[in-house]
Design a protein around this ligand. Structure first.
Ligand SMILES: Cc1cc2nc3c(=O)[nH]c(=O)nc-3n(C[C@H](O)[C@H](O)[C@H](O)COP(=O)(O)OP(=O)(O)OC[C@H]3O[C@@H](n4cnc5c(N)ncnc54)[C@H](O)[C@@H]3O)c2cc1C
Length: 374
């Protein structure tokens, strides 16, 4: 495939993922409780083999595979998309930096959808500036630490079965951070659910002298920030793919509605301002999609400029999705705002990706910095 078009096999695979999402996953998502981990849904993602795509036998997934999977899921069911993405985000540090024993214990369970993963980096006083995190790992004997502090806005917390937790073992800044794999139920670990506009489960994690040992470390002591950044580098274009999937779903709904709804003696689509709006939406969705595919392909090929490309893809796609979903609401009129309408749901879902995994402004700062590199 080129970066400009998918080959027939990839198109068929995306169509198959969309069909199984609509048939098998959407009904499970509809039965879920908002803000709670939907275990039957995650188990079905495992049974359908979709989670296994995130954990291929030969190591990390292809970034483009991850994007196509996320885009296809998002077009049909955002809950299924998010549940899959969070398994990947929470477990990728294990794939990349875990020991044989850690991987053998957790990856088969995550890939089967039996164990729920989470990625715990953000804190109340360290969001965009993640290197300022203050969860403390105090030495405890020759081979262990005790974690004390709080993580906040953590997807799947506090229900996840394990979390990749980033804590300060050494000095200030990025170099003093170590990644730990912390299973649920460790002494001193509690948490609470947060009721958010974003419909997926999010909460806090509170550590009160929680013990961890060298066997829980992911990668090197002091190398945790690199573990976090490597995970985010892989996932950043795929947040864009999630956004593109939502934008396409909104565009499809707007096209159908504007073709069917009559006003002033004809279908809405024949009003020039509506037709132009649809054209603008379609053009922006296509350009965002191409940038996402290009960034993911560059990642897979090890091409230069991955940081800049990934930031551009995430920035453009998430901002585009917000624009397109809002425009689709406008074309639908009042009915789009009715609770339970697809666009009412997308309007709530589309907001958070402009903030997490690097807010829009942070992506712009990254791009600006990269423009002056070399
Ligand atoms: C739905 C949802 C799910 C999340 N899931 C997780 C998770 O699973 N794990 C996890 O660790 N975290 C998660 N987060 C947290 C997320 O990563 C943080 O919200 C994000 O990093 C921003 O941090 P903050 O909210 O503290 O905002 P702040 O860092 O306080 O930033 C607020 C605003 O300031 C501006 N700003 C900040 N820095 C800069 C800059 N350098 N240049 C220009 N402008 C800037 C931006 O407009 C930004 O939106 C989630 C958040 C949400 C909303």
């Amino acid at each position: 495939m080129t970066v400009f078009a998918l080959g027939p096999e990839e198109q068929e695979w995306c169509a198959a993922v969309r069909a199984m999402t609509a048939e098998r996953l959407r009904p499970l998502a509809e039965r879920g409780e908002p803000g709670r981990v939907n275990r039957p849904l995650v188990a079905a993602l495992g049974e359908l083999g979709l989670l296994r795509r995130l954990f291929p036998a030969d190591g990390a997934p292809r970034a483009l595979d991850l994007c196509l999977l996320r885009e296809s899921l998002a077009r049909e069911c955002t809950e299924a998309e998010t549940a899959l993405a969070l398994q990947g985000l929470g477990a990728h540090p294990l794939v990349r930096s875990g020991t044989e024993a850690q991987r053998a214990r957790w990856l088969p369970e995550v890939a089967a959808g039996r164990a729920i993963a989470s990625f715990a980096l953000s804190e109340p006083d360290a969001g965009s500036d993640a290197a300022a995190l203050s969860l403390t790992a105090e030495p405890d004997g020759p081979d262990g630490w005790r974690l004390t502090g709080e993580k906040c806005w953590i997807s799947n917390a506090p229900e996840a079965d394990f979390a990749t937790v980033f804590a300060r073992t050494g000095g200030a800044g990025a170099r003093g951070v170590t990644a730990f794999l912390v299973p649920a139920g460790r002494p001193g670990l509690t948490g609470a659910r947060l009721d958010m506009l974003s419909p997926h489960p999010i909460g806090t994690m509170v550590f009160d002298g929680t013990p961890v040992t060298r066997a829980d470390v992911l990668g090197e002591v002091g190398g945790g920030f690199a573990v976090a950044m490597a995970t985010l580098n892989l996932f950043r274009p795929s947040v864009g793919a999630f956004a593109v999937g939502m934008a396409q779903a909104a565009l499809d709904a707007a096209l159908a509605h504007a073709g069917a709804r009559t006003a002033f003696g004809g279908p809405l689509k024949d009003l020039q301002s509506v037709g132009h709006q649809l054209a603008e939406m379609a053009t922006r969705v296509e350009s965002a999609r191409l940038l996402v595919y290009a960034a993911a392909s560059a990642y897979d090929m090890g091409a230069p400029g991955i940081v800049r490309r990934s930031a551009m893809a995430k920035l453009l796609a998430t901002e585009t999705a917000q624009y397109v979903v809002d425009a689709a609401v406008q074309i639908h009129g009042a009915r789009a705002l009715r609770r339970g309408h697809l666009l009412e749901h997308l309007y709530r879902e589309v907001r958070a990706p402009r903030i997490y995994e690097g807010a829009t402004e942070v992506q712009r700062s990254i791009i600006a910095r990269e423009l002056y590199r070399n």
